[in-house]
Design a protein around this ligand. Structure first.
Ligand code: 5AD
Ligand code: SF4
Length: 471
C-alpha cells in the first residue's frame, strides 16, 4: 500500500460487552479501523476514537451505556477533548433514538448489521462534523410477515465483512461470526429484534478465514452465531448452497475441524433443538473439537420450555447429552439457565435443579429472567417477584458451584492436554490455558508456552481453576 495515501495515525479504544458475537464484531471493527491507520490503545484517555460495543440481552443495558457515556464525557473534558465516540452493538440498534437524545457526546451510532459502514460513517463525520448513524438489518429476501420485526433496509450488500488479520490481546484464540441474527424467537429473547433474522456467510469465505487466522498464528477458533446449528439453512433455502444431508453446519464443522494447524475448534451457541446426532458424532471424528460443548437448556421443566418456545423437552435434551456422553463419558457440558421465567412455580424450578444435578454441568451461566420490550414473554402474566428470583438464583448457583468444585477436585492426579492461551500480566512465568474439557489451568513455566499444546499433571484445584505441572 502507498503509505502517502494512508490517513494520519490514530488510536482507538474498544470496550466489548456481551456475547462472543460481539467479540468477533469488535475484531472486525478493529480490522476495518486498522486499515484506516488506527492502532489500539488500552485507555480512553489517549484515544481519538472510543468504541463501545454494547449488549442488550438483559435489563439496564441502556442505563449502563448512558452512565458509561457520562464518564467518558468527564474523561474527554479533563484529558482528551479530541475524543470521538461511537456506540455499536445491540443497544445502539434497539435504543438508538433514546441514546442519541440522552447523550449528546455520541458521534457515531452503528447497529450490529452495519459494521462494514464504520469507516464510511467516520469519514462523513470528519467532513461535516454531524452525528452519523446506520441501523437496521440486511434484507433476507424472505417473508417476515409471520413475526413483528423492526424495519429493514435493503440497499446494503452483505453486512458481514471478513475478519482481516488483526492483532488482539489473545492471538492464540480467535472468534469468527458465521451468521448474523436468529430465526428462533424464544419468547424471552430480544436478539431477533436487535440482530434481525438469520443471515449466513458463505461457507467458503468462512473456511478461508479460518485458514487465514490459523496461518496468522491462531491455534483455537470459535465459530460464533446466535444458533450455529441452523447455519446455512438460509443459503440452502435461497438456492445459494448445496449441503450434504447432515446439513450445512455439519459440513462447515467437518471441514474446518480437519484444517491443518487448527489445534482446537469450538462453536457457540448450539441450540439443543437442532443439535443432531451427526453433529454429536463429529466429536468422535475430530480431536480438534475437544471434549466440551455449551448447550443452553434455559429450564428443566417441559411446560416452562414450551412457554419459552425452546422446541425441546427435557427428555429430548437428555437424549442429546447421552449422545455426547456415549462418545466420551468425560464430555464437559455447560449451559445457560433462566430462573423466574413468568409463571415458573417452585416445583418447576425444582426441575431445573434436578436437571443440573442429572447432567452434572461443568459450568452454568444462570440469569434472573428480565422482561425485554417487544418480546412475547414480557406480556405474559404471573411475572415472578424479584425476591423469589434472587432466592432461586442463589440456590441454583450454590448447587452449580458445588458441582464445578467437585469436578475440578476430581481432576487432581489426571494428566491433561492444555492449550496455553496467555501469560499472566501480573506475574511473569505464570501461564493460563484450557484443557480439552475447557477447564482453566494455571501453569508455571520458565519457557514461553503461549500458543503451545502442553501436557500437564493436575496437582491442585479449586472452584475456578486447576494447577498443572508440565510433564
Ligand atoms: N432474561 C434473562 N436471561 C436472558 N437471556 C436471554 N434473554 C434473557 C432474558 N430476557 C439469557 C439466556 C441466553 C443467554 C445468552 O442470556 O440464558 O441463553
Ligand atoms: Fe435468542 Fe432463542 Fe435465538 Fe438464542 S435461539 S438468540 S435465545 S431467540
Amino acid at each position: 500500500m502507498d503509505i502517502s495515501v494512508l490517513p494520519s495515525p490514530k488510536k482507538v479504544y474498544i470496550e466489548t460487552w456481551g456475547c462472543q458475537m460481539n467479540v468477533a464484531d469488535s475484531e472486525q471493527m478493529l480490522g476495518l479501523l486498522q486499515a484506516q491507520n488506527y492502532s489500539q490503545t488500552a485507555t480512553p484517555e489517549d484515544a481519538d476514537l472510543v468504541l463501545l460495543n454494547t449488549c442488550h440481552i438483559r435489563e439496564k443495558a441502556t442505563h449502563k451505556v448512558l452512565s458509561r457515556l457520562g464518564r467518558l464525557r468527564e474523561i474527554s473534558l479533563e484529558h482528551n477533548p479530541r475524543m470521538k465516540i461511537a456506540v455499536a452493538g445491540c443497544v445502539a440498534q434497539a435504543e438508538g433514538k433514546k441514546l442519541m437524545e440522552k447523550a449528546s457526546n455520541i458521534d457515531i451510532l452503528l447497529g450490529p448489521g452495519k459494521i462494514s459502514e464504520l469507516p464510511g460513517l467516520l469519514a462523513t463525520h470528519a467532513l461535516d462534523g454531524k452525528r452519523a448513524m446506520s441501523l437496521g438489518f440486511e434484507s433476507t429476501a424472505r417473508k417476515h410477515d409471520d413475526h413483528e420485526l423492526p424495519s429493514t433496509r435493503t440497499d446494503i450488500e452483505m453486512p458481514i465483512v471478513p475478519n482481516p488479520t488483526v492483532t488482539m490481546k489473545e492471538e492464540v484464540t480467535r472468534f469468527i461470526n458465521i451468521a448474523q441474527g436468529c430465526d428462533n424467537f424464544c419468547t424471552f429473547c430480544v436478539v431477533p429484534f436487535t440482530r434481525g433474522r438469520e443471515i449466513s456467510r458463505p461457507l467458503e469465505s468462512i473456511v478461508s478465514e479460518v485458514k487465514a487466522l490459523v496461518a496468522g498464528g491462531a491455534k483455537e477458533i470459535t465459530l460464533c452465531g446466535q444458533n450455529v446449528n441452523s447455519y446455512g439453512d438460509d443459503l440452502v433455502r435461497d438456492g445459494k448452497h448445496v449441503a450434504p444431508p447432515e446439513g450445512p453446519f455439519f459440513e462447515l464443522l467437518d471441514r474446518a475441524a480437519q484444517l491443518p494447524g487448527i489445534e482446537r475448534l469450538r462453536f457457540t451457541t448450539s441450540n439443543p433443538h437442532d443439535f443432531t446426532r451427526p453433529l454429536a458424532e463429529l466429536f468422535r471424528k475430530h480431536a480438534s473439537l475437544g471434549r466440551y460443548i455449551h448447550l443452553p437448556v434455559q429450564a428443566g421443566n417441559d411446560e416452562v420450555l414450551e412457554r419459552m418456545k425452546r422446541k425441546v423437552t427435557v427428555a429430548e435434551y437428555m437424549e442429546r447429552v447421552k449422545w455426547l456422553r456415549d462418545i466420551d463419558p468425560e464430555m464437559a457440558i455447560s449451559t445457560d439457565l433462566i430462573v423466574g421465567f413468568p409463571g415458573e412455580t417452585e416445583e418447576q424450578f425444582q426441575g431445573t435443579l434436578d436437571l443440573v444435578e442429572a447432567v452434572q454441568y461443568s459450568f452454568i451461566y444462570a440469569f434472573k429472567y428480565s422482561p425485554r420490550k417487544g418480546t412475547a414473554a414480557a406480556r405474559f402474566r404471573d411475572q415472578v417477584p424479584e425476591d423469589v428470583m434472587s432466592e432461586r438464583l442463589h440456590r441454583l448457583q450454590a448447587l452449580s458451584n458445588s458441582l464445578t468444585t467437585q469436578q475440578n477436585l476430581a481432576e487432581i492426579g489426571r494428566r491433561r492436554q492444555v492449550l496455553c492461551h496467555y501469560e499472566s500480566r501480573k506475574e511473569a512465568g505464570v501461564f493460563y490455558g484450557r484443557t480439552q474439557q475447557f477447564r482453566l489451568v494455571m501453569i508455571r513455566s520458565e519457557r514461553n508456552i503461549v500458543g503451545k499444546m502442553v501436557e500437564v499433571d493436575i496437582v491442585e484445584a479449586n472452584k475456578t481453576a486447576l494447577v498443572g505441572v508440565l510433564v
